[in-house]
Unconditional design. Structure first.
Length: 670
């Protein structure tokens, strides 16, 4: 991005844009710019510049620019809501991916309430109220926010303690700021404690909508105040907003929770508790296909199967380091005559016990252990999200024990394993994310191990990621407490990104467990432990597949691959014999023998997204044939039974991820 250097003292970026030809050439239309980088720091456009400052524009269409617009839209939403519900108390209002939210302490909001708030916010946007920043003392801030208990808490806690708080205040050595929303006559319409930056005025928010409300807790703590969270979105143009709303509508159609009920795949019985799914017979078919695939794939890739308990003594997790580092993610301890036990939240400590159950030689390395291990995570109820965030997780979990020299090749081996799995299940658009330790010192105590160990592990993963040829996005601070990791981020059919599989480099647990192998020179050396989960979580991967395919699974994965639909009851026996031939060749079949009329049977099968519908009537029976109806509504009539059976079996065994159609079948036959 181009920059300019300020030649005169006391200007603002807006003045530079308005008064200099160079500025106009550089920045273009002033509405396209929402903030500026001044000597590398993001600031509002009204901030005073100094001679020698290097200024770079922040465009509205950039990720940072959109974040600023959304943050400003959150403030407008808060202003609108407080003007309608005057007793509402302000929480926080950060920008998030594709939008923003703002938390309030108020009565539960109805859809009609949201419409009223959005209407009022639209009026505020049209008024072009200016966001005016002012620096205040702590005493002034406390006085200004005396009626806002949550803002007072942020000030008294010195702010910034909540990671998700994009509007957190900064005091104690940093400036404390309030933003006034100023009308054209100079009067203050509203204000909020915030560090900014914001757009120059509300008129910059030219594509805005509220989307929903939900319950929330202050600072995400269930023990604290119950709040109402209002979600919204803002974009650089109305066209972008419309495209986003269309994506939301499509995502709603694909919601795996909705489709899971419609297709009879799984449910969440209230009697079990939140985040604990049960898979119905049709969902069980898909789970079995997933497990059979990945079990054989592990064998083909040199892994050996192991099995470990669901609980263990608590001390095991102190040895591994998960306690206290991961205590919040684990269920509370259970007492057995003074001995504390824990449900396992991970399998790795138990795999370490398998490794150290006897002496190991360098000749055994890489030693690759794999299990379907069910682990339990004490997720807060507010973050549970269907199958994509649950409390019981079935992991295709593996651990490779290697020499340090073997680590790079093992990581590349695992990457290829994972990428093939994703492609085989129809996910072929992905990139890598490299999660490393937070190196700025703010959260270094979250990670264990020496600087040298972290540097070595991170460099190995970085080189492997680069050699893969895939895009690799940095994720500073996102590492596990015991080592850096590579995450595979896959895009689904409508362009959403999901974190899928992970590969983690662990130098800590081998040391903590005292793992050793005998090297070729007779010395005892410490292995490197590489964690990998290919699906990541069976439940999460299942949910992603439902949404990726919108419930229309490829034939090889579909719970029911063929449904027989007789034109009338007199053809039941004939069609049942055809289905029997398919069943003998391993195809999953059903027949609709209900009393429903023929058109309704077709509609029912279509709603169930069955890939092949076989139809038989009088002409079919006389000719020893059947007729096909496909998902897309296309049809082939009068196909000889043997040919129809072969076509279906061939398609299923091909494990293709697209849907069959009449045109495809005719082209294949030709």
């Amino acid at each position: 991005m181009s920059t300019i250097t300020i030649q005169r003292e006391g200007q603002t970026t807006e003045q530079v844009i308005e008064t200099t030809t160079a500025g106009l050439d550089l920045f273009g239309d002033d509405r396209s710019i929402v903030a500026m980088h001044v000597n590398g720091e993001t600031q509002d456009l009204q901030r005073t510049l100094h001679e020698g400052d290097v200024v770079e524009p922040v465009l509205m269409t950039s990720d940072e620019g959109l974040s600023i617009v959304r943050h400003s839209a959150g403030h407008v939403t808060a202003q609108a809501l407080q003007s309608i519900f005057v007793e509402a108390k302000l929480g926080i209002g950060p920008p998030i991916s594709d939008g923003f939210y703002y938390d309030f302490q108020c009565e539960p909001l109805t859809p009609e309430d949201l419409k009223a708030v959005e209407k009022k916010a639209t009026q505020i946007i049209k008024e072009k109220q200016r966001f005016v920043r002012r620096v205040v003392s702590e005493a002034e801030a406390l006085e200004a926010e005396k009626d806002e208990p949550f803002k007072l808490e942020l000030i008294q806690d010195k702010g910034g303690s909540n990671d998700e708080d994009g509007s957190s205040v900064e005091v104690g050595g940093a400036e404390l700021t309030i933003y006034d929303n100023v009308r054209r006559d100079g009067s203050v319409a509203w204000y909020d404690l915030c560090r900014g930056p914001h757009v120059p005025h509300t008129g910059y928010i030219n594509a805005f909508a509220l989307t929903k409300s939900s319950a929330a807790y202050w600072r995400g703590d269930q023990a604290k105040a119950h709040l109402q969270r209002v979600y919204g979105t803002a974009w650089a143009s109305r066209e972008d907003l419309k495209a986003y709303q269309e994506r939301l509508a499509e995502a709603a159609k694909r919601d795996h929770r909705k489709l899971g009920a419609e297709l009879d795949l799984f449910s969440f019985p209230e009697t079990l508790g939140a985040g604990l799914p049960v898979f119905h017979p049709k969902g069980g078919v898909i789970i079995r296909e997933m497990e059979d695939y990945v079990r054989q794939a592990h064998v083909d890739n040199g892994f050996v199967y192991v099995k470990t308990p669901h609980i263990s003594k608590e001390d095991l997790f102190f040895t591994s380091g998960h306690l206290p580092y991961y205590a919040d993610g684990m269920f509370p301890a259970m007492d057995d005559n003074g001995t504390a036990y824990r449900l396992k939240a991970m399998n790795c400590p138990m795999h370490n016990e398998i490794f150290r159950s006897r002496g190991r030689s360098y000749r055994e390395l890489p030693l690759r252990l794999f299990e379907f291990g069910t682990v339990y995570r004490n997720e807060k109820s507010g973050v549970l999200q269907g199958l994509t965030r649950v409390r019981t997780i079935s992991q295709d979990d593996s651990h490779s024990y290697v020499t340090p020299e073997q680590a790079p090749e093992e990581i590349k081996h695992l990457l290829q394993f994972i990428l093939k799995l994703l492609r085989d299940f129809g996910l072929d658009d992905f990139y890598l994310e490299l999660s490393t330790r937070d190196e700025d010192g703010k959260k270094k105590d979250k990670f264990i191990g020496s600087d040298e160990q972290w540097a070595t592990a991170t460099e190995v993963l970085r080189q492997c990621a680069e050699e893969s040829g895939l895009e690799c996005v940095p994720d500073p601070g996102g590492a596990a407490f015991y080592g850096p990791k590579i995450s595979i981020q896959a895009k689904d059919a409508i362009g959403r990104t999901w974190q899928m599989s992970t590969i983690q480099y662990d130098f800590n647990q081998p040391e903590r467990f005292g793992l050793q192998f005998t090297a070729s020179d007779g010395s005892h050396q410490q292995p490197v432990m590489i964690h990998s989960a290919k699906f990541g979580s069976i439940e999460r991967f299942f949910g992603v597949l439902v949404e990726h395919y919108a419930g229309a699974f490829p034939a090889w994965l579909s719970p029911v691959q063929v449904i027989g639909i007789p034109v009338a009851g007199e053809f039941n026996e004939y069609l049942a014999e055809v289905l029997s031939q398919l069943e003998k060749r391993g195809v999953r079949v059903e027949m609709d023998t209900s009393d429903d009329r023929f058109p309704k049977k077709i509609r029912n099968a279509t709603k169930q997204k069955v890939p092949f519908m076989l139809i038989a009537g009088g002409e079919d029976r006389e000719a020893g044939a059947v007729s096909f109806r496909y998902r897309d509504g296309s049809q082939r009539n009068g196909l000889p039974v043997a040919e129809a059976v072969d076509q279906i079996v061939e398609w299923v065994e091909s494990r293709r991820n697209d849907s069959p159609s009449a045109a495809e079948a005719e082209e294949s036959q030709a």
